[in-house]
Write a new protein. Structure first.
Length: 97
């Protein structure tokens, strides 16, 4: 499984970011520009995934890791963000609320 750190994510440009946390988690704090497609409903929303490569984030990296494994098996070019939003916030990187 491909993965990147939050530091690597902070310098990436032009790669969509999918946040698979639940809507209440997403609303509390998120990486700027992230799109919320909760893991719990992702199976019904695959058509909303971007074409080409994209990154996947959750709170700590476990849910997004499972999502990346499942999507990669289906042929998607997905990359997990290790440490997730928690590491992003801990690193002092900007958040949207």
């Amino acid at each position: 499984m491909k993965s990147i750190t939050v530091q690597q994510l902070s310098t990436r440009e032009g790669v969509p970011l999918i946040d698979v946390r639940e809507p209440d988690e997403f609303a509390s704090a998120r990486v700027p520009g992230a799109v919320n497609l909760p893991m719990s409903s992702l199976g019904d929303r695959l058509h909303e995934l971007p074409d080409g490569a994209f990154d996947v984030i959750c709170a700590a990296g476990a849910r997004s890791g499972r999502v990346v494994e499942a999507l990669t098996a289906r042929g998607y070019d997905a990359t997990n963000v290790d440490g997730g939003t928690n590491d992003w916030i801990a690193a002092g990187l900007p958040v949207e609320r």
